[in-house]
Structures are given as structure tokens and as C-alpha cells.
Design a protein around this ligand. Structure first.
Ligand code: DX5
Ligand code: ZN
Length: 214
């Protein structure tokens, strides 16, 4: 995949400003490809963070395409809400629903690309029935729910397994990505949060991530 530049999607939940609006503004001045919007419902994961009105306010002056990551149950509600922001991707968790096909169709009905995410203990095999229908797979390299956790190597094999299938699908990874761990995975896209947003120079960190491929 050397001919394709690694895409970097920046998660703002942990940031040095302790201020989401400021952080998003700072990301807008960088070469980040996407803003990764982590939504936690207090049910699928323990923490509950923002509601849609807050997020819409944070993003009012944003110019970057959005990559929404729903760590939520009750997906019908969240998909309707977040589709309104016209994101490039909406990703939900395979573990969060029994109605996977319906959720895919629902996201597509808005003209939005669909991603499915798997937690560290979920096998790639469980994704197989859906891979021809979706545009992105998000492999979690930490337990979803918090920023700033340590990268779990179990994700490396999953990425390789997905690669071997050679599907026309974007492979992304989320959790503990920095200039070291990015070298361990051959993905099309990485999500990075604290490595970028807790640093003094967002652009420098993003460039380090991009240079570590190939
Ligand atoms: C984890 C979130 C991630 C997280 C990434 O629950 O889905 O997007 O914020 O942050 P870092 O890069 O700090 O692990
Ligand atoms: Zn995320």
C-alpha cells in the first residue's frame, strides 16, 4: 500500500487545552485527514460524553471531514442524530447490535459511508458476512471507552488477517497509536488521540505518523 498515503483521523477527547473547541480549531490548522468523533453512551461503555447538541457546537467552525465512532447501544437514535452532521463515515460496534444489516442500510440511506468496529476480543471472522457491504473496518487496539490507553498487540494479527482478505475496504485502527505503534500495523488509516492532542505540536506528530508507513 506504499502508493497510498496513510490517512490520519484525530480524536480530540483527551487534549492539552482541556477544551474541545480549542482542540478542534487547532486540528483544523494541521494536515489531519479527518476529525474522529468519539461518542460514548454510558451503556456500551461506562463513560458518557457529549450529546449531539454539544458536538454540533464544537464542530460549528470545523472544516475537516468527520469520522464518527459510535460506542453506543440504541444505534437507531444515534445514527439519526449524527447523520445530521453529514460525516464522511459513521462507525458502529459489531458487539452493540443484533441488527447489523439494518444499521448498515440505515447509514447508507443517508449517503454516508459505513464502518464497523470490533473490540480487542472480537474475532475478524465475525465481520466476514458484512465485509462486502461496508466501506471501513475499525479494529480497536484498546478496550473502547477511554483515551490515552496502551496499544494492545492482539490488534496486529487482526489487521494482517483483514489485509489477506484483500477486500476493497478501508482498514483503520484505534487506540494507543503513536510514532512507534503505527509501524506495527499496515492500515490505510489510523486514529490517534492523546499522542497528537496532548502534544505541543499537533502537526509535527501527525507528520510523524504519516512518515512511519511503508
Ligand atoms: C477509545 C476511543 C479512541 C481514543 C483514542 O475509546 O475510541 O478513539 O480516544 O485515543 P488514544 O489515541 O489516546 O488511544
Ligand atoms: Zn474512537
Amino acid at each position: 500500500r506504499w502508493w497510498m498515503r496513510l490517512k490520519v483521523s484525530v480524536s480530540f477527547i483527551k487534549n492539552k487545552y482541556n477544551d474541545v473547541k480549542k482542540t478542534i480549531e487547532a486540528i483544523n490548522y494541521t494536515s489531519a485527514d479527518y476529525i474522529h468523533v468519539d461518542i460514548m453512551d454510558g451503556k456500551f461503555v461506562e463513560d458518557k460524553n457529549y450529546d449531539i447538541n454539544e458536538v454540533a457546537l464544537f464542530l460549528r467552525e470545523n472544516v475537516k471531514p468527520l469520522d464518527v465512532h459510535l460506542m453506543c447501544c440504541d444505534l437507531e437514535k444515534y445514527i439519526v442524530e449524527y447523520a445530521d452532521l453529514m460525516p464522511k463515515f459513521i462507525t458502529f460496534h459489531l458487539e452493540a447490535t443484533d441488527k447489523v444489516n439494518e444499521m448498515i442500510d440505515m447509514i447508507h440511506s443517508y449517503g454516508i459511508k459505513c464502518g464497523i468496529s470490533i473490540k480487542p476480543n472480537t474475532s475478524v471472522k465475525e465481520l466476514l458476512p458484512y465485509l462486502n457491504k461496508i466501506e471501513l473496518v475499525l479494529v480497536m487496539s484498546v478496550e473502547p471507552g477511554k483515551g490515552g490507553q496502551k496499544f494492545m498487540p492482539i490488534a496486529i494479527d487482526k489487521i494482517n488477517e483483514l489485509r489477506k482478505l484483500n477486500k476493497n475496504i478501508i482498514i483503520s485502527i484505534d487506540g494507543g497509536i503513536n510514532d512507534e505503534t503505527v509501524r506495527l500495523v499496515n492500515t490505510d488509516m489510523v486514529v490517534s488521540g492523546s499522542y497528537v492532542c496532548m502534544s505541543d505540536n499537533f502537526e509535527e506528530k501527525i507528520n510523524k505518523l504519516k512518515k512511519n508507513i511503508g
